[in-house]
Design a protein around this ligand. Structure first.
Ligand SMILES: Cc1cc2nc3c(=O)[nH]c(=O)nc-3n(C[C@H](O)[C@H](O)[C@H](O)COP(=O)(O)OP(=O)(O)OC[C@H]3O[C@@H](n4cnc5c(N)ncnc54)[C@H](O)[C@@H]3O)c2cc1C
Length: 467
């Protein structure tokens, strides 16, 4: 028997577990989900229906063969739903749980073996050719020939510019999804960050505290761009553009090609050009060497993230309304210091004037988004993997070193056999690997590969035993 352990109770873990469950029968499939409701992870645990998917309903699915399952599921709750809609993320969380539930029912009927562990994985020990032991909870070990890490993004670390007094004050919130921890209505809320997480935080804060002033700060003060209400016509020259891009080895050359495409006649909507690059983004990223990737992260990342990960039209409209009403102020500024108790003082250097000024806020919420710097994280399992040399941090702090198929690499560049990752830990290798379309494709490919490889090895072992 060759068991497989999937670690992580979010959408990526659910996708990997469900894909394995339906095709792997050479051993038990373990799903180690942690303490939270399995399948929802960070993105789909929200109960606030202002928090919308930023992908149209038709493109959301957990498993590779998803068809219109999510649309049908949502229609049962909402009535009429169109594939072009941007629906509440809560609904997708319900859907993931229902989809995994049906795969579990099917596995039971077909006599496949699986086990769900409602605890965290705390350590992985190499057992040589036998695979790995995974310590689950206090002191229970799960043996597995292969382990799939789907632990998602890391918990936010406080910015270096936040004083220990501010952190201890109770007025600095490191978890943007926990506004419920602040029962007293603040007069002013400052959100650090202006990405998708910040947008959700601002929308929730605006409803929760209708009299609070809202301030959002980031270096460029740029909110995500907004999706078009209806899908756009694909750019006619996309194939030629993607071919041209695949010969570029630096970011300025890529940007020049994109700019030429945008000047094409009839000029395409820039959003369809960016979306049309999706199939080649991982390849483009891999074409860039270390220095050019760093250059991209320093100079172009902020703009790419805002253009690529856009907000739903309704979220864009609600944010626009808050700004029109004067309730939301945006600052393009660097946060130099956060100090004090209540209110907190934020010292900012404004980008346009370089002037330094201080604003006060009763509550400061850090919403700086996806953190993949494993070397600095306080994640027990990842720290242990790095310490024991089973995983190596990406030099640009984008997860861990891995092959494009998700198999982890050791410091000497050789493969760490049987240890795989899905999702944001692979950013260093794939860059675009954190949204459901990429996650479900990766989970599917991994499950097919493991079912083929281990299934074959196991049947040989069984045949040899029978001799
Ligand atoms: C706010 C937000 C909105 C998003 N909206 C969309 C969207 O609309 N469409 C889209 O396609 N993508 C969206 N995304 C991208 C999102 O990252 C993916 O869709 C997906 O949810 C990622 O899931 P994950 O399992 O990789 O990570 P996570 O959601 O972070 O889940 C990881 C899980 O693993 C658990 N875990 C960690 N360590 C351990 C351990 N040692 N043992 C056991 N469990 C562990 C964690 O507690 C967590 O539950 C959004 C992301 C965010 C943050």
């Amino acid at each position: 028997m060759a068991d497989i352990a999937v670690i992580g109770g979010g959408a990526a873990g659910a996708a990997a577990f469900g894909e394995l469950l339906s095709r792997y029968d050479a051993g038990t499939v373990h799903w180690i989900v942690g303490q939270h409701a399995p399948g929802r992870g960070v993105a789909y645990a929200t109960c606030d229906d202002q928090h919308l998917l930023n992908v149209r309903a038709a493109n959301m699915g957990v498993f590779q063969e998803h068809g219109e399952d999510f649309i049908r599921h949502a229609a049962r709750q909402l009535g009429q739903v169109k594939g072009t809609d941007f629906l509440p993320r809560r609904l997708f969380g319900d859907f993931i749980q229902a989809q995994v539930g049906s795969r579990i029912d099917a596995a039971r009927r077909e006599g496949r073996s699986f086990r769900i562990h409602p605890e965290s994985a705390r350590e992985i020990a190499s057992r040589g050719a036998a695979g790995y032991g995974v310590r689950v909870g206090a002191d229970r070990w799960v043996d597995a020939a292969h382990v799939v890490l789907a632990v998602g993004a890391l918990a936010q670390r406080p910015l270096r510019t936040v004083s220990s007094t501010a952190l201890a004050s109770g007025s600095y919130e490191l978890d943007p999804w926990r506004l419920d921890r602040h029962p007293h209505p603040p007069r002013r809320v400052a959100v650090i960050g202006t990405g998708l997480t910040a947008v959700d935080t601002l929308l929730s804060a605006a409803v929760r505290w209708p009299h609070a002033e809202l301030v959002a700060v980031s270096r460029h003060g740029l909110l995500p761009f907004t999706h078009s209400a209806m899908p756009l016509t694909p750019y006619a020259g996309q194939e030629a553009l993607n071919r041209a891009l695949s010969h570029c080895t630096n970011v300025p050359a890529m940007l020049r090609k994109v700019r030429i495409a945008l000047d094409d006649s009839p000029s395409p909507d820039w959003r369809s050009v960016i979306d049309g690059m999706r199939p080649i983004n991982a390849r483009l990223w891999q074409q860039l060497g270390h220095d050019r990737r760093r250059q991209f992260l320093r100079h172009a990342r902020w703009l790419w993230e805002a253009a690529r990960h856009r907000m739903a039209p309704a979220s864009g409209e609600a944010i626009h309304q808050l700004r029109e009403e004067g309730r939301l102020q945006l600052h393009a500024a660097r946060v130099l210091d956060v100090d004090g108790t209540s209110p907190l003082q934020l010292t900012l250097r404004e980008r346009s004037t370089q002037l330094v000024n201080t604003i006060e806020a009763d509550l400061v919420i850090q919403a700086t988004g996806l953190d993949t710097a494993v070397a600095y994280a306080s994640h027990e399992l990842l720290s242990q993997l790095l310490h024991d040399g089973l995983a190596v941090a990406d030099p640009l702090q984008l997860g861990v070193l891995a092959q494009p198929d998700g198999q982890l690499l050791r410091a000497d560049g050789t493969v760490q056999p049987g240890l795989h990752a899905v999702g944001s830990l692979l950013r260093g290798n794939l860059w675009e690997c954190t949204a459901m379309p990429e996650i479900r494709a990766a989970a599917h490919q991994l499950a097919v590969k493991l079912a083929k490889e281990i299934g074959r090895e196991t049947s040989v072992d069984v045949a040899l035993e029978g001799l």
